[in-house]
Design a protein around this ligand. Structure first.
Ligand code: SAM
Length: 290
């Protein structure tokens, strides 16, 4: 790479030993909320980005890969996803993807940081695309752990779009066995949960901690991953399911459901063939553990 003068740059450590340097074209917002340091900036080659506590959460150029990969495998696997719980997802892009479904009657999105949500509403319009104002959406500002402890509602699908398991303290407890037991309780008898799980390659011990906690609670476990350029690695996801197995859906069945739920022509990355390949991709590990 030419040693151009980078000027103001984001130096993101995407592993205990690797760094990405990305030139900042303009800083849109920078602040410290009660919970985290927030930077919203336009990055050269990546567009508008959200950075929390020094870690890139999403960039405009590839956020659709992450959010479609997080949301659609579980939303397609459930036979009739009507009531959805999102924990985290401050940008509003996970909410945007869930609201594409004509089966969805109610989405509760719980995020700990109200100040962050207001900044995302104002500066990340291309991410949420007005999703926060959808009449089916209920936005709750609360620690996700507290919400599930108090909730008497039951959900078809729970989507955990939290800060990284190897990252800041505020989300660490939401990768524990105790938390997944609470999620199991707020899921209906045939419900599914998915969480983003950081990187099995660069943070294998943390990934195995999360994986083993989910294995102790759910009967059906599916691991998958997808390369996210702005993360510098293949982001891992783990599904915990009470009844349905995302791996056994046929391409025809997925196509059927995408059409019937009026989602098919609205996606850029996920499709029936993407689903099948995601569910069968090997998981990257530095060790030869399978
Ligand atoms: N890493 C994902 C990504 O790459 O898109 C996460 C994105 S999203 C910005 C992470 C969200 O988790 C933030 O909005 C943050 O406020 C929220 N969060 C962290 N800890 C939380 C908690 N305990 N309860 C609810 N929300 C939490």
């Amino acid at each position: 790479m030419s040693s151009e003068i980078l000027g103001l740059s984001i130096i993101q450590s995407f592993s205990p030993r690797d760094y990405m340097i990305i030139k900042v074209e303009s800083v849109v917002a920078i602040t410290k909320t009660k919970y985290q340091e927030v930077i919203i900036a336009d990055l050269k080659g990546y567009g508008r980005a959200l950075v929390l506590d020094g870690l890139i959460q999403s960039t405009e150029i590839d956020e659709y890969v992450y959010h479609e990969s997080l949301v659609h495998p579980v939303m397609i696997t459930h036979p009739n996803p009507e009531k959805i719980l999102i924990i985290g997802g401050g940008e509003g892009a996970t909410l945007r993807e869930v609201l594409r479904y004509n089966t969805v009657k109610k989405v509760v999105m719980v995020d700990i940081d109200g100040e962050l949500i207001e900044l995302c509403k104002k500066h990340l319009k291309s991410y949420h695309q007005g999703a926060f104002d959808d009449p089916r959406a209920e936005i709750v500002i609360m620690d996700g752990r507290e919400y599930v402890e108090k909730s008497h509602e039951k959900f078809d699908v729970v989507i955990l779009d939290l800060t990284d398991p190897y990252g800041p303290e505020i989300s660490k407890a939401l990768y524990s066995q105790e938390f997944y037991e609470k999620i199991f309780r707020v899921l209906k008898d045939d419900g599914l949960m998915v969480t983003q799980a950081g990187s099995s390659f660069y943070f294998e011990k943390v990934y195995d901690y999360v994986l083993n906690n989910i294995k102790k609670v759910f009967p059906i476990i599916i691991e998958y991953n997808v390369w996210i350029p702005s993360f510098g690695y293949a982001c891992n996801f783990i599904i915990g399911s009470k009844k349905y197995n995302p791996k056994i859906l046929s391409a025809n069945e997925i196509e059927e459901r995408l059409k019937k739920r009026d989602v098919k022509d609205k996606l850029r990355f996920y499709s029936s063939t993407t689903h099948i390949s995601l569910m069968h991709m090997p998981i990257y590990r530095p060790s030869n553990k399978r």
